[in-house]
Write a protein that binds this ligand. Structure first.
Ligand SMILES: [Zn+2]
Length: 195
């Protein structure tokens, strides 16, 4: 290995230094994904397993603030540290309460609505009654791996019991699904850029 490569590798290891937590993405079902769609998902999973366990991610969650206060909006009564610990525990609440097994359980299905409003900001949805993360097909096809990673984590935090305003309110980006999702997108972009 060349000196430059070695240097880059150590820089990467330092940046993405693993902490004592380890949360892994656990895709239980890829309902209707074709090979190409599945490959894109694999790229997102690889990146997410690195980024979710990075010190940088932890620091970004711990220092997240809204209107000068270090907290998320609609945080279910949790401090930033508690939000972080809870997410890293991986105990989904929906569709049924699961154990804190340090696995982010995901069941994925790609949804092709009969009349997709391309100007709509809706990219995906989840419901408390069914286990799937439904991702709109047109969005899935056009999304970058970093954007897809954001959406996967956003929808998964709904399974973890976090919610946000339905409408585009000023506080909505500071909710757990949007706030954590945006951090993920930024860090995955950075991670992929360094590879
Ligand atoms: Zn949402």
């Amino acid at each position: 290995m060349s000196f430059v490569k070695q240097l880059l590798l150590s820089a990467m290891i330092m940046f993405f230094a693993m902490n004592s937590y380890a949360l892994r993405i656990n895709v239980i079902d890829r309902d209707n994904l074709n090979t190409e769609q599945s490959q894109k998902l694999d790229q997102a999973i690889t990146a997410l397993n690195q980024v979710l366990n990075s010190v940088e991610f932890k620091n970004r969650v711990l220092t997240f603030s809204y209107q000068g206060k270090q907290e998320f909006v609609q945080n279910n009564g949790m401090s930033n540290q508690q939000v972080y610990d809870f997410l890293m525990g991986g105990a989904e609440e929906y569709p049924v309460q699961s154990e804190a097994n340090q696995l982010a359980d995901m069941r994925l299905t790609i949804y092709n609505p009969p009349r997709y409003r391309s100007q709509s900001s809706t990219l995906a949805f989840t419901s408390v009654d069914d286990p799937y993360l439904h991702i709109y097909k047109k969005y899935y096809q056009s999304a970058t791996v970093a954007e897809l990673s954001n959406t996967l984590v956003h929808e998964w935090t709904h399974k973890m019991g976090f919610d946000h305003d339905y409408d585009e309110t000023p506080q909505r980006p500071y909710s757990v699904p949007y706030g954590v999702g945006d951090i993920i997108e930024e860090l995955v972009s950075k991670y992929l850029g360094q590879k």
